[in-house]
Design a binder for this molecule. Sequence first.
Ligand SMILES: CC(C)(COP(=O)(O)OP(=O)(O)OC[C@H]1O[C@@H](n2cnc3c(N)ncnc32)[C@H](O)[C@@H]1OP(=O)(O)O)[C@@H](O)C(=O)NCCC(=O)NCCS
Length: 220
Amino acid sequence: MPAWFQCPRCPDRSHPRFANRVKAPLELEIRIATENDRDSIEQLIFLSARELSRGYYSDEQIAAALARVYGVDSALIDDGTYFVAEADGMLVGCGGWSKRKTLFGGDQFVNRDPERLDPGREAAKIRAFFVHPNYARRGIARALLARCETEAQRDGFNSVELMSTLPGVEFYRASGFSAANSILYDAGGVSLEFVPMKKALRGSSNMINANDNWGGAANA
Ligand SMILES: CC(C)(COP(=O)(O)OP(=O)(O)OC[C@H]1O[C@@H](n2cnc3c(N)ncnc32)[C@H](O)[C@@H]1OP(=O)(O)O)[C@@H](O)C(=O)NCCC(=O)NCCS
């Protein structure tokens, strides 16, 4: 493993972690994920979680998250609201949004609620963002999130919410989300800290305090 993977919180932009940022701008294509992408998405999630979670979660926690929480949610693929990002001829990112109540977790996750959300009252869910470790900090998650927010707003939602992993918090904060108090999720006897986060969509008059009216806790 390259040494720079051991320092995921390092703010030093001269650090080798950020060496790929001097490369030419990415030619990124974002498209709707299909069933045919499933294997590639699962591989990407595995790699992303394993490498980009170091320093935030222990190896045991990463393994538990991969076994019990992270993964493809078929409902999003069926709804056409899950996206993949491709660059350099490979899949480098994935992420989506949902008009259903399930807040997080792949098909294997136990707490699921496929009921449709009410866009007038409830927040759309931002779901399962994972970026290839060799392509981190190149704006891929930002581009995926922009697509999700645009579509959620087009469908009448005024706000979006999610349950963030610890490695995701700074990304979502930088993207305008505010955080509520973290929760501990029991993944088969292994405790995982997650952070509920919420954001009003542009043009919406909603003022968001992530600790208020938190609709997601019931799903956690
Ligand atoms: C969280 C994650 C999706 C971010 O993807 P990314 O493509 O690297 O993010 P972006 O390049 O679009 O980042 C946009 C901005 O978010 C902020 N940001 C992203 N990652 C950050 C980090 N590790 N530390 C601090 N700020 C960060 C920065 O402000 C960044 O802009 P900048 O690079 O110009 O400074 C990625 O780190 C990942 O896949 N992590 C592992 C899986 C995971 O935990 N996913 C979250 C599920 S809820």
